[in-house]
Design a protein around this ligand. Structure first.
Ligand code: BGC
Length: 456
């Protein structure tokens, strides 16, 4: 009789102990790769600041430092506006009235998907063309605008655009895996104007195109003081800041850094593999380590590695992109005790139904490491930005943030603030973050009214 047959219970116990030890050693090594200590964060902040200086001076830099041609609003902006918020696969349109006293009254709002859930259309894949995409948006605006009202239109277009004026914005390249043909290299304001004319929408006049970070900063300026940085920590990631005297105009101007493209953060082997397998290897390297679109993918790749090593079971679904959605990542992060939600998510998404508590704990630890790294990386870029605008930390800085990670991901905002405090102990309490929910829509409304006023 074989030894294991004589002592089945002890063999199972041995296997169990072996698995626990193997999981623990895997997690220690992963932690080394993903948990960035304050010295590393400091180096990233310094590299980020250097990239800002270089980008602004027109030198080679991974930060595009794009001018927005708009500064901080006065609060006196007035009029009827339509704001279009286009940054993901849902577009939002807002019909608003600005009263000239920092108040934006929303008359109506609607959302529509660019990808039909039933599969009837998809305006963001490689088969779609610019005329179809903008034609669809123009048609929705036309059926939404109240007849008889003359509107200025502000368009938040959340992709990297080269601006030569508040209403001239050429798309440099798509991000977030958008693929519609005929938009890269084109002027977005012109594409939408042409589409509005083709759909005979005559009471809506495009006056401004802005990035969503810029919109967030404009909106936050209506309600808070000292906001000199704004960021999106959601599906995509990016940060802008107020340059007190912009080299182009000598006046205050918000600069869209396109910080998702920053290339100075240390990549793990999972980040390298994810980048290589993406539509745009080499670009948006920081975004691929930080943003909601990619966090589930970093997580999936690590689980895949653990499965290959026998630390977790096999699962065909592990090869399926975006099988772990943001909502499910949040469920894992918020889980407690015996980790029932983690068990449910892994059962629903990957078909794993027999995980031990140790395995569930290991999965939760992996997700925590991935999410916390994202928050800490964001903090290091904020620190670089603050040092650039106010090296002596002579004043308070409020950072307005929108996006699902900051708003909803368990612990994300806490990790972010903790890393800021670690990085800037001398400024404790003077560098704060605030949620600027839906700022990009309100910001587009403010930008439209600002631009309309300056063109009359
Ligand atoms: C885009 C930025 C945008 C960010 C957040 C990135 O992918 O390049 O322009 O601000 O997503 O939406």
């Amino acid at each position: 009789m074989a030894t294991w047959e004589k002592h089945p219970a002890s063999t199972i116990w041995n296997q169990h102990t072996h698995l626990i030890m193997a999981l623990s050693s895997y997690l220690s090594s992963l932690e080394k790769d993903l948990s960035l200590d304050v010295a590393v964060l400091q180096q990233i902040a310094t590299a980020f600041e250097k990239a800002m200086v270089d980008g602004l001076a027109g030198k080679t830099s991974s930060l595009k430092m794009l001018p927005s041609f708009i500064g901080i609003p006065t609060g006196k902006e007035k009029g009827a506006v339509i704001a279009v918020d286009f940054g993901g696969s849902n577009v939002r349109v807002i019909d608003a009235q600005l009263d000239g006293a920092s108040k934006v009254e929303i008359k109506q709002m609607k959302r529509f998907p660019l990808v039909d859930p039933k599969g009837a259309y998809n305006y963001v894949n490689q088969d779609a063309r610019a005329e179809e995409l903008f034609g669809f948006i123009a048609q929705e605006i036309g059926s939404f605008a109240r007849p008889g009202v003359s509107y200025s239109l502000g368009h938040t277009f959340s992709f990297p655009c080269e601006q030569t004026g508040i209403n001239q914005a050429r798309l440099i390249h798509w991000t977030k895996e958008f693929k519609t043909q005929g938009v890269e290299g084109k002027d977005i304001a012109l594409l939408l104007d042409t589409a509005l004319a083709a759909k005979n929408v005559t009471n809506v006049k495009g006056t401004a195109v802005i990035n969503d970070t810029v919109g967030t900063q404009l909106a936050a300026a209506y309600t808070h003081q000292n906001v000199d940085i704004a960021s999106i920590c959601g599906t995509g990631h990016n940060t802008c800041y107020l340059q007190p005297a912009h080299p182009l105009t000598g006046k205050p101007m918000i600069v869209n850094m396109e910080s998702g493209n920053f290339d100075g953060a240390p990549q793990s082997r999972f980040d390298v593999a994810l980048d290589q397998a993406s539509d745009s290897p080499g670009s948006q390297r920081l975004e691929k380590m930080i943003s909601g679109y990619y966090l589930g993918e970093v997580f999936r790749r690590i689980l895949g590695d653990m499965s290959t090593l026998g630390l977790l079971p096999k699962a065909d679904k592990l090869t399926q992109k975006h099988v772990l959605t943001g909502y499910n990542l949040d469920r894992i992060l918020a889980d407690m005790g015996e980790l029932p939600e983690t068990a449910a998510v892994l059962g629903e998404c990957l078909g794993w139904t027999t995980l031990t508590l140790e395995q569930r704990k290991a999965v939760q630890t992996v997700m925590t490491l991935v999410a916390r790294r994202s928050a800490r990386l964001v903090a290091s870029t904020f620190c670089g930005t603050i040092h650039f605008v106010d090296a002596g930390l002579t004043r308070s800085h409020a950072i307005a943030i929108d996006g699902s990670l900051y708003e909803k991901m368990p612990q994300y905002a806490v990790w972010l603030q903790a890393a800021l405090d670690e990085l800037l102990p001398q400024a404790a309490g003077r560098v704060t973050t605030l949620l600027a929910k839906d700022g990009s829509g309100i910001g587009a409304a403010i930008a439209a009214a600002t631009a309309a006023a300056s063109s009359t």
